[in-house]
Structures are given as C-alpha cells and as structure tokens.
Design a protein around this ligand. Structure first.
Ligand SMILES: [Zn+2]
Length: 200
C-alpha cells in the first residue's frame, strides 16, 4: 500500500472493519515514514476466509464479530478505544496475513485471549469466562491457576524462584508462631471465661 501523502510503501494498520454488504475490509493505515493516516478498502475475492465453528458450521470471517466480543470485555476498564482498535487490528492482521481459506473459531479465541492478556488482565478474564463457558467458579479458578502457573513457567527462572520464596515465607512465620502447650492452655482458659461472661 502506497502512502497517499509521501508514496512510502510501508504502513501499519490501526483499525479494520469488515463490511458484509460490500464484502470488503476498510483499513485505517498509518504511514511509517510520514506518520499521516489514510484508508484502504480491500475486497476479499479470491480467497474468502471462513470460520469453522465448534459444531462444524462455516461462516464468513467477520472482524466486527471479534470486535464486539473484545469491546464488551473492556467495559469500564481504563483502556481507550484507540487501544482497542489497535488490538483488534493486530488480531485481524495476524489472521489474514497467512494464506488460508478457513480458520477454527477456537484458534481465533486463543489469539484474542493472547492479546487481551497482554493489555488488560480483567478484560482477559472476562473474555475467557464467556469463551470457555465455565460451569462454576471452581472451574474458572482452576483454569486461571493453571494459566498463571504456565505464565510463571514461561517467565525467567528468577521470577519463579521469587514466587517460591514468597510462598514459603508465611510457612516459616507460622512455625515460629506455633504456640507452646502452656500458651494453648492459657488461650483455652481465657476463651472459656469469655464464654461464661457471655452466658451471664
Ligand atoms: Zn507517508
């Protein structure tokens, strides 16, 4: 795509919207040389991209559907619309850059979650709740715990060591505070007296 201002050929996509009526994608681009913005309309003709749903149904790829889910996840979060637009554009770029004719909806879901996790963890959890369709809180917590553990494994060794150290600290404190037999008796006595007082 040539920049209409300076003819430079490199630009980044900052917003993408699919128009089902014209089967075209409107892309807002920013020139990497002069920084000015321009819009392109790309028509999908030769290789229409289809999304394969979990039940096997196919439907035309529509970036607006992804956008709707993403925007919902960011309700009342301190993230600007332009940040959301950039995120959606990144997902769209990632999906459409490869020459494929169909993509599984689960693959799209994973891509969306990867991007959300980088930008805002609350939005990520909201999206995951809808996408994973957790039956209850226990399932959600288990998923997040597994996910967190994976993230720690992916991180540098020093980080996970720091977390292990943090985890072990309260255990040491607990053992240090472990009451002796005398203290336990004293506590029991005092609690009994408190009970008696309450009864009176
Ligand atoms: Zn330019």
């Amino acid at each position: 795509m040539k920049c209409i201002h300076c003819k430079n050929t490199t630009s980044k996509v900052i917003d993408s919207r699919f128009n089902p009526a014209t089967n075209s994608i409107r892309r807002r681009r920013e020139c990497l040389k002069c920084g000015k913005r321009f819009t392109t309309y790309e028509t999908v003709e030769l290789v229409p991209l289809f999304v394969v749903k979990s039940d096997g149904r196919r439907e035309p790829y529509d970036i607006n559907k992804i956008r709707t889910g993403v925007v919902k996840s960011f309700v009342k979060r301190p993230i600007s619309m332009s940040q959301i637009d950039e995120l959606v554009a990144r997902i769209d770029n990632d999906i459409t850059k490869s020459v494929i004719s169909e993509i599984r909806s689960s693959d799209i879901g994973e891509k969306v979650m990867d991007e959300l996790k980088k930008l805002d963890e609350i939005a990520y959890i909201r999206y995951a709740c809808v996408y994973r369709n957790f039956k209850d809180v226990t399932n959600l917590l288990r998923y997040l715990k597994d996910d967190l553990d994976t993230t720690i494994d992916d991180d540098s060794q020093s980080k996970s060591t720091a977390i292990v150290a943090k985890k072990s600290t309260p255990t040491k404190k607990e053992s240090a505070k472990k009451p002796t037999k005398t203290t336990t008796k004293a506590v029991k006595k005092s609690s009994k007296s408190t009970n008696n007082k309450r009864k009176k």
